[in-house]
Write a protein that binds this ligand. Sequence first.
Ligand SMILES: Nc1ncnc2c1ncn2[C@@H]1O[C@H](COP(=O)(O)OP(=O)(O)OP(=O)(O)O)[C@@H](O)[C@H]1O
Ligand SMILES: [Mg+2]
Length: 314
Amino acid sequence: MITVSHLRKSFNGTPVLRDVNATIAKGEIISVIGPSGTGKSTFLRCLNRLETPDAGSIVVDGVEVNAAADISAIRRKMGMVFQNFNLFGNMNVVGNVMAAQCDLLGRTPEAARRKAMELLDRVGLADRADALPETLSGGQKQRVAIARALAMDPEILLFDEPTSALDPTMVGEVLAVIKDLAETGMTMLVVTHEMSFAHDVSSRVFYMDEGVIYEEGTPDEMFGSPKRPKTRDFVGQVCLKKVRDVVRVLRTGFLADGRIDETEALLLLKLTEPFQDLGNGTIAGLSSLLRKMLEDGKISDAESCRLVGILKKL
Ligand SMILES: Nc1ncnc2c1ncn2[C@@H]1O[C@H](COP(=O)(O)OP(=O)(O)OP(=O)(O)O)[C@@H](O)[C@H]1O
Ligand SMILES: [Mg+2]
């Protein structure tokens, strides 16, 4: 459905995309991961021509996306959802979902409203149709933005870090909507730092670095046994952060709630201490390290039972 060949893009003489090649089939869910500044957004923006590539070709459904192409037709086919929602602040929720339907597709206001209400219902926001965006939470705004993208009946959806601007408590509701779309067979590319989402939902994962798709594979390959050094480093760092986040939540939240006691919190800290050095680890690395600690007697049977108990509370 999408074929990208030898895509190149520089900004002010600095190459960002050096040679990006990819083939994406209809219905695939691709997660795009990688360090900041490696061109993930630029790649997505080249696909629907929010950026003009310097060289290379992008073919969508047999049609070359180039200067001669009908860009508005391409953008209708390929919707995009941004980190910062980009809703129209002067229009209410239903108006936001209706606007492009009337302007670009020539639908009547009645038809556009019917479609908008259907989509708002789908993202769980039909009851907020008359609200102004400023009165919504971040998670709600992003769900409106998704409904707005869907109103164009796109065949492909591009998401650029759709949950990065959200309070952590709202990430789940937005990911649930995206997961739901994934099950409808929509083709999607999702730039994300949510690794468990990337692992559970994608058909393939692209790791971008050095101006190319440095490594790609199934989620199990990419998170379980990445082959190339930079992918291993990145996945390891992300794992480490996850462990730290869990520890922080436990200490600040669950300890304060009385869901775990001081001894349990201390045990968790002790167990996660070795991960501080795990620069090159992977998810498989983490679990084997934990197993090794058990084998080496660094944690006792009783402690490991307590750990299982703690994890069950999470
Ligand atoms: N319009 C622009 N003008 C100049 N430089 C740009 C422009 N857009 C992107 N860049 C530069 O290109 C590089 C890649 O940017 P890009 O936003 O694609 O990275 P990214 O992988 O999406 O990063 P992040 O994870 O931080 O969103 C960065 O160095 C950025 O500063
Ligand atoms: Mg980006």
